[in-house]
Design a protein around this ligand. Structure first.
Ligand code: OSB
Ligand code: MG
Length: 377
């Protein structure tokens, strides 16, 4: 069939979180999210640029992503004839890094193509599962009792595993208290690069708590040190920040730097590369799960579709809309069953309707990109 994107509308929206989210690099209370609308023949495909508000998780942030998307990524795809959405990502080869900015446009192209075919996005990207397993990511809290209470609430809701954020000063002792309170739950910890190899003895103490994995303890760009650390830990390391390409996944697996990989659509630049990371991990018997970036319903719907690929065998950080937002951008909102699963929607594309009226109300800037211009409104 082929696709040709005629216009791309970039929007920045602001959405306050229902509860602050704190990682080792900082606290977020309100999201600034970029939404991509890719239009062809009267059909709109939707994407979300999943970077944070600051360049702390990776090098990207809302303002850098706006410029990259508008001035570099959109002009490279507008007006081009693509045989399929899989041909979009290679157009970004010469843009170094900035995968989230490019990936938001790439994901919109996949949604557009799926809608034009009338196919669910999950099927369109090669997914097989009809229901996906969900966990939650719980940020650093003001106190241990607050953390324990949050965990209790999420377990009551049915979530299949708990991920807690750690950092120096909020690690071994806190994990010990969580384990004492919840001896049998599936539990893991995410450090977002807060440690170095010099902390190996401390990280080794986490071995006693039977964690499913420790996510990204060391530097965001250092696979080699993770290999050295993994050799000393019994607990599997899960890489997040370090894996930006399928080639990184190959290298990390070959070096035994991890036992698990977290795949985030934006971090790797969209569906094409996410599928490749998935396939590399599968070939080597490394399980994967879908990470989250506090997405609006649009990014969440993409994550649900991605999570239907067969090697997504561990519960992901894909959870209900209401954990994040008073009201989400999509209808219906994403809901989680009492068994801690999300049923994959069967409608075309994302399978959720974008609430345009609400989107308009949340929008603080908007720009339309057309073929032949670097920036236009
Ligand atoms: O490392 O997985 C992470 C949120 C922002 C930045 C990085 C991460 C996270 C999360 C949240 O853990 C996952 C979610 O969307 O619930
Ligand atoms: Mg992480």
């Amino acid at each position: 069939m082929g696709i040709r994107i005629e216009r791309i509308v970039l929007r920045e929206i602001r959405m306050p979180l229902v509860h602050f989210f704190e990682t080792s690099f900082g606290r977020t209370t309100e999201r600034r999210i970029l939404i991509v609308e890719a239009i062809s023949g009267g059909v709109s495909g939707w994407g979300e640029i999943t970077c944070g508000e600051n360049p702390f998780y990776n090098e990207e942030w809302t303002d850098s992503a706006w410029l990259i998307a508008r001035d570099y990524a959109a002009p490279r795809v507008l007006g081009c004839d693509f045989e399929s959405a899989a041909d979009v990502a290679p157009r970004f080869t010469h843009i170094r890094g900035h995968r989230m900015a490019c990936g938001g446009i790439e994901a919109a192209a996949w949604d557009l193509e799926a809608r034009m075919k009338g196919a669910p996005l999950a099927k369109h990207v090669g997914g097989e599962l009809t229901e996906i397993a969900c966990g939650v990511s719980i940020g650093i809290q003001n106190s241990v009792p607050e953390l324990l209470k949050k965990i209790e609430t999420e377990l009551q809701a049915g979530y299949q595993r708990i991920k807690m954020k750690i950092k120096p000063g909020w690690d071994v002792d806190v994990v010990r208290e969580v384990r004492r309170e919840f001896p049998a739950i599936r539990l893991m910890a995410d450090a977002n690069s807060a440690y170095t190899l010099a902390d190996a003895d401390r990280l080794k103490q986490l071995d006693e708590f039977d964690l499913m994995m420790i996510e990204q303890p060391l530097a965001h760009d250092d696979i080699i040190d993770h290999a050295a650390l993994q050799a000393r830990l019994a607990t599997p390391i899960c890489l997040d920040e370090c894996v930006r390409t399928a080639h990184h996944a190959e290298q990390a697996i070959a070096m035994r730097a991890c036992g698990v990989i977290n795949i985030k659509l934006g971090r790797v630049g969209g569906f094409r590369e996410a599928k490749r990371v998935h396939d590399v991990a599968r070939k080597h018997g490394i399980p994967v799960w879908c990470g989250g970036m506090l997405e609006s319903g649009i990014g969440r719907a993409h994550n649900i579709a991605l999570s239907t690929l067969p090697n997504f065998v561990l519960p992901g950080d894909v959870s209900a809309s209401k954990r994040y937002w008073k009201r989400d951008l999509i209808q219906p909102e994403v809901e989680v069953t009492a068994q801690g699963t999300i049923r994959v929607p069967e409608g075309p594309g994302l399978g959720y309707e974008v609430d345009r009226e609400f989107l308009k109300r949340l929008t603080v800037r908007e720009e339309t990109c057309k073929p032949g211009a670097t920036a236009s409104s």
